[in-house]
Design a binder for this molecule. Structure first.
Ligand code: 6PG
Length: 270
């Protein structure tokens, strides 16, 4: 009888999961396609809960680096209502920042504060923005790198390891502020650096680098919308793509591509 009940429970769990997303089989990465941004956000929150509990049990704290842009806003607003998560032991860092004042609408930290952190009982000292008060982006990048080294107490070749990094993908294949054909994509030593935009209408930026990203325990790309479907196909399926997002290959961590049906519509086996 107990065995039948267990089998029924497993079947209903699998059915529930099937409703939430479909799996596109890949060797080193988990490509999941969700019917709605709500189901995608629920998955991230469930993973956030599991990863944070494990990290806190192991090291006493949970570290996450968050991206800006429009895609994660829905998730951040939903996450801001998860008061039972261990926010007092959670440290929030930035994956990148535009070199504009906090008050500027383009400032990523300002958006993350507005949609997430400003609603949470998270200690101020657990929030680690990239300062944009310096006189130039390079100075901000050096200051942020020093903060990373001091927080993670690493030096030399020992890289800090984030428990979770949330990333987006731009239509040109950029991620964080690692833009195609910029020095930032080739950086192998620094943890953070300034990126000057070729497009003068865009502001200079500060970004974490691939060595730091690829040392993370869990990396999640959140990508939605039909406009991203072509770049998503290249990043996921093209062998040896030089696109910055395609160069996110965690050394030992888990890599997730969390897509909606529009963004994943061109993928094989979908
Ligand atoms: C930023 C982000 C950037 C973003 C992509 C996708 O500073 O804008 O860090 O890397 O994730 O550009 O942006 P959307 O989510 O708006 O499509």
């Amino acid at each position: 009888m107990a065995d039948t009940v267990r089998k029924l429970q497993c079947a209903s769990e699998a059915a529930k999961r099937r409703e939430a997303y479909s799996v596109v089989p890949h060797k080193y990465k988990k490509v999941l396609i969700f019917r709605t941004i709500g189901l995608l956000s629920d998955f991230v929150i469930a993973q956030w809960r599991a990863i944070s509990e494990k990290a806190i049990k192991k090291r006493g704290c949970f570290t996450a680096a968050l991206s800006g842009g429009s895609t994660p806003v829905f998730l951040y607003k939903k996450l801001s209502r998860e008061n039972a998560l261990p926010w007092k032991k959670t440290h929030i860092f930035m994956a990148d920042e535009r070199f504009v004042p906090y008050e500027d609408d383009r400032n990523n930290f300002s958006m993350i504060n507005r949609t997430l952190l400003g609603h949470l009982n998270i200690p101020k000292e657990n929030i680690h923005p990239i300062s944009t008060d310096e006189n130039m982006p390079a100075a901000s990048a050096v200051k942020y790198e020093k903060k990373l080294i001091s927080f993670f107490r690493t030096s030399g070749n020992c890289l800090p390891q984030f428990d979770l990094i949330l990333l987006g993908i731009g239509e040109d294949g950029h991620t964080a502020s690692l833009f195609p054909q910029t020095e930032s994509v080739k950086e192998v030593k620094r943890l953070a650096m300034a990126v000057s935009s070729k497009n003068k209408t865009k502001k200079d930026r500060i970004t974490i680098t691939l060595p730091l990203i690829n040392n993370a325990a869990n990396i999640m790309f959140l990508v939605t919308g039909e406009k991203k479907s072509k770049i998503v196909k290249e990043v996921i399926e093209k062998k040896n793509s030089l696109l910055p997002a395609a160069r996110v290959k965690p050394e030992n961590g888990r890599l997730f591509f969390l897509l909606d049906e529009d963004a994943g519509r061109l993928l094989k086996n979908n």
